[in-house]
Design a protein around this ligand. Structure first.
Ligand code: ZN
Length: 98
């Protein structure tokens, strides 16, 4: 990962950036949490618990917006029968790539 302040590649989680001293520990914890929520969402999808999956993907996506968390949101919305949410996500995706 890169330091958000000076953009130096820092690699392994460290307390602070060796170049500029930015506190990185909290950022790593947040990213770890985003990954944890994403994996939880996948787990809930596998057991067809769409509401729990949706909540987890939403938490993950709020911490760090990713394509795969967005995709998880789309799938769990569909599982919940929320076709309009699914369509708006797919429409947004289409216009982004137009
Ligand atoms: Zn730095």
């Amino acid at each position: 990962m890169r330091c958000p302040t000076c953009k130096r590649e820092v690699g392994d989680p460290t307390e602070e950036c060796p170049r500029c001293g930015t506190e990185l520990k909290i950022l790593f914890e947040l990213l770890k949490n985003a990954e944890y929520e994403f994996k939880r969402g996948c787990h809930f999808l596998r057991s067809c618990e769409y509401q729990k999956a949706h909540d987890s993907f939403l938490k993950s996506n709020r911490i760090k917006h990713t394509k795969r968390a967005e995709y998880g949101l789309t799938v769990s919305s569909t599982g919940l029968g929320n076709i309009s949410a699914t369509l708006s996500i797919l429409r947004r995706e289409l216009s982004r790539n137009a």
